[in-house]
Design a protein around this ligand. Structure first.
Ligand SMILES: *[C@@H]1O[C@H](CO)[C@@H](O)[C@H](O)[C@H]1NC(C)=O
Ligand SMILES: *[C@@H]1O[C@H](CO)[C@@H](O)[C@H](O)[C@H]1NC(C)=O
Length: 389
């Protein structure tokens, strides 16, 4: 159900999110078009006719600004700027309204549950808020869901059953529409309080909301999709704001097989994203991951695929492990001095064997140099040890 609300919310908040065309709508463009939304989310679980609990929260876009303290029965202000420029008195009035609402809501729903044919246990969710468009009147919304499906909404000045919600929702709306006071309060909150609050939040939280943090970008190899194929993964970590354009490229050509993951939140309120591409092993060379983001001031980040550093580290490690394994082997043979000449060529082959698939890159060269150095060092040592016998 929450997912549903998030989807509705995403539809309102992030139109056209997904793989964006770089030339038509760059990240700066996308950021400018982003519509600010403030919304209130409520989720109420009715376990049985005597037991229910409710959670409420306030969100500016995807930033949680408010919570509801169920113990103290008060609004929790989660940001230094969560009060906007509302006076202490106005905030107190809003808080009192929510106190009445939360208690009344549970009581009324329990009282009407059998008449409305709500079957325990059930879940009700409400998403209500407003958005601002530059040069246009603000838009407000209130949507309710029952058991994870759209149930009703508040349109203009009345409650409307959602298409497909059936006679149950029609019945609920008929009852709700009789309460004129409630309708007036809801309309007032949505069309007056909400837009004023949203505007002042945007002003008060400007520094935090508009901060620019550059993504850290690196590439690595993903799980092998099949024989002879590679998954290239481009990671973007710790960026802000959320809109970003990323594409696997060959020169200037976008690779249409690029798959974009979900933009995931980090604890520090930055974002993380993975973008993958499946290619034939032989075609990976020359591909690059290109990133456009508002924090980069038009200087795109381009990271070339040359075998990921992770892959090289693993290969280096393989070489070391092989060398150590061979050391052990060498020791087991150490009393047989004559075996040295048999062992040495095999060892050389094993150590270099680990590198055969490695694409050429500075990392590769470093790795080979290290291998060479390690090999020689080990060989010299072994030779010295063996010579002592
Ligand atoms: C209602 O549910 C709560 C929590 O599961 C339980 O403790 C309580 O006994 C239930 N009450 C009734 C009347 O079933
Ligand atoms: C609060 O902020 C809004 C929007 O920025 C502004 O229009 C209004 O005048 C401010 N009110 C006060 C009391 O400062």
């Amino acid at each position: 159900m929450l997912l549903l609300l998030l989807l509705i919310f995403k539809g309102l908040f992030c139109p056209g999110e997904g793989i964006q065309e770089p030339r038509n709508s760059g990240p700066l463009h996308a950021a400018a078009e982003e519509v600010p939304v403030f919304h209130f989310l409520q989720s109420s679980s009715f376990v049985n006719n005597s037991w229910a609990y409710t959670q409420g929260s306030g969100w500016l876009g995807e930033v949680q600004t408010h919570g509801w303290d169920k113990v103290l029965d008060t609004i929790r202000y989660l940001r230094t700027w969560s009060r906007g420029n509302f006076s202490t008195e106005e905030l107190k009035n809003i808080q009192s309204l929510f106190q009445l609402y939360f208690h009344g809501f549970i009581r009324e729903v329990q009282a009407y549950a059998s008449q409305f044919q709500f079957e325990y246990p059930f879940e009700l969710q409400i998403s209500a808020g407003c958005s601002m468009h530059v040069g246009k009147p603000s838009e407000s919304f209130l949507n309710g869901a029952y058991q994870g499906t759209d149930f009703l909404s508040f349109q203009g000045n009345s409650w409307l059953p959602s298409p497909g919600a059936g006679s149950q929702a029609q019945k609920v709306c008929r009852v709700l529409n009789k309460y004129l006071d409630i309708k007036e309060i809801v309309q007032n909150l949505l069309s007056d309080t909400c837009p004023r609050f949203l505007a002042s939040l945007l002003k008060a939280g400007k520094a935090e909301l508009e901060r620019q943090v550059k993504p850290e970008v690196w590439v690595s190899k993903g799980p092998t999709p099949g024989p002879g194929r590679l998954t290239l993964v481009c990671h973007l970590a710790g960026f802000h704001p959320k809109p970003v354009w990323v594409m696997w490229m060959r020169g200037k050509q976008e690779q249409h097989g690029t798959r974009r993951g979900d933009v995931l939140p980090n604890a520090d309120e930055t974002w993380y994203l993975q973008v993958t591409l499946d290619v034939a092993t032989g075609e990976a060379a020359g591909l690059s991951c290109q990133v456009k983001h508002s924090s980069l001031g038009g200087h795109d980040i381009i990271i070339y695929w040359e075998g990921s550093s992770m892959f090289q580290r693993v290969t280096c490690l393989t070489a070391i492990v092989t060398a150590i394994a061979l050391t052990a082997l060498a020791f087991s043979f150490q009393r047989l001095r004559s075996s040295w000449n048999v062992l040495a060529p095999n060892m050389q082959e094993s150590v270099t064997g680990a590198n055969t698939q490695e694409p050429r890159s500075p990392g590769y060269q470093f790795c080979s140099a290290w291998d060479w150095w390690a090999k020689n060092r080990f060989l010299k040592k072994w030779k010295a040890i063996l010579n002592r016998f």
